[in-house]
Design a protein around this ligand. Sequence first.
Ligand code: AMP
Ligand code: ZN
Length: 135
Amino acid sequence: MDNCIFCRIIAGEIPSMRIFEDDDCIATLDIGPASKGHTLVMPKNHYADVTDGVPEALLGKLLKTAAKIGARQIEKLGAAGFNIVQNNGEEAGQTVRHLHIHVIPRYEGGPKMVGWEPTDPGMDALQKVYEVLKD
Ligand code: AMP
Ligand code: ZN
């Protein structure tokens, strides 16, 4: 995809700090890190997001790579844990429409997770959602 910034990174047209690469994917430092070592794992082929017909084996490989990068953040940066975050669609915070997984290291005393405010919709509302979503 000519106008995709991540495709351009993968093609080497835009500089990046790749910490891992294989035939199918790369892991590169995020230019606006949420914490020290924040890394993006992405496929070399262009998919807009996780619903875009991504082969199952590739999805597995991306997640496995994210886990490997997280373990490296713990081992080499002294992170205490890491979040794996993956946004799909603009309203979910996706700003680059090329599938990618954020691997965000977390450190003692720092923010623990990507946050949300829990709500209490009640059992009736939960039941209605259940009826809509279940198989
Ligand atoms: P998302 O909001 O999930 O689409 O995440 C896009 C991420 O890409 C953001 O965290 C940006 O900081 C990051 N980003 C954008 N441009 C670049 C770039 N040229 N190199 C590295 N990371 C980038
Ligand atoms: Zn792309």
